[in-house]
Design a protein around this ligand. Sequence first.
Ligand code: FAD
Length: 365
Amino acid sequence: MYDVAIIGAGFSGAVCAERFASLGRKVLVVEKRFHVGGNAYDTFHPSGVLIHPYGPHIFHTNSESVISYLSQFTEWRPYQHRVLTSVDGQLVPFPINLRTIENVYGLKLTSDEMKAWIANQAEPILNPINVEQSMHARIGKDLYQRFFKHYTEKQWGRPATELLPTITNRIPLRYSYDDRYFTDRYQLMPLYGYSALFRNMLNRPNISILLNTDWASVKDLKIPKIICTGPIDEYFDYVHGHLPYRSLHFDFIEHPVDFAQPVATVNYPNDYDFTRITEFKHITGQRIPHITVTGVEYPQESGEPFYPVLTKESQRTLEHYQEEAKRIESHVQFVGRLGTFRYYNMDQAVASALQTVDECLNSGW
Ligand code: FAD
């Protein structure tokens, strides 16, 4: 009855479903949560404020093709994300820029002076093998201690010496006063929210969606082609062991004011058990007076798999699963954050899903 089964209705699964359906294939989407949208799902808090229950999601990309694809399903509102970090009792811009150095060290530098100053802080470590070494080599011990060490260790629940450098390498340094968190060409939020975008993508006659349904309970349906955007280790019944994920817990707090903090996100690297507090109205642009909601973010070891924990050991385990995947690639493809055990931003998840569908079609799916 169905041509393609899709496990998971986040960005990766929804793109694959929409693409196959648009080509006339009958698609069954199986989603174990009660809603579509994966971690990008948004909903209204009882106060009426639109929130992101799985953490703040800001859309940013340099890809024309991703924007033009998604623009079929949503209008957009421009939004530039800003983050402050609480260090030594003050809120300073993050990523680190000229103003951050000025606020923390009392140094008013030019761009070239900041480059020289950072180079002077940096330690000569040739081939850093973990987060700590790599940050010492990039920015030196002091900035690392103030901004990164404790945040990273809270976030990942492991010493920074056990984590691969890729985790913090993607956080830039700014030799300017540019205090935007992202510098991508397109920084936008779906005008009516992510859940509306997903409804527009998936609401079509040849897509059937089973919510509250784990793939395990329907896998005997004998659907010829499968796209798995759920965890790759789960698909193979953990034969090579579990891949480690870090999870999060959020406390959503209502405040009887228009805004509770100056920007959308404030990081707390050095105090408290939580890592950051996000105020959603800044991000969504929702105009609702005298009420706002913040999400206080606590990393935790168990719960929904959120962030792949990148260690040497997890990379070895992943390789075993990649070999298993190769054996069945003619009829099963693994896509997305959980299917490939890789941190993807939303635009990367969309681009990679579009590419997978093209490759499937080229190989006769
Ligand atoms: P997911 O969204 O995780 O979707 C996978 C789906 O599969 C889930 O709905 C899950 O329930 C379902 N599933 C799993 N197993 C099964 C099963 N056995 N049976 C049925 N269904 C199953 N990206 C950005 O670009 N900007 C941001 O600001 C940003 N912020 C983020 C903040 C947080 C806290 C997190 C965790 C991620 C953030 N991301 C952000 C990344 C973004 O969430 C991902 O790029 C995106 O969710 C990837 O989509 P996906 O479909 O691959 O995975």
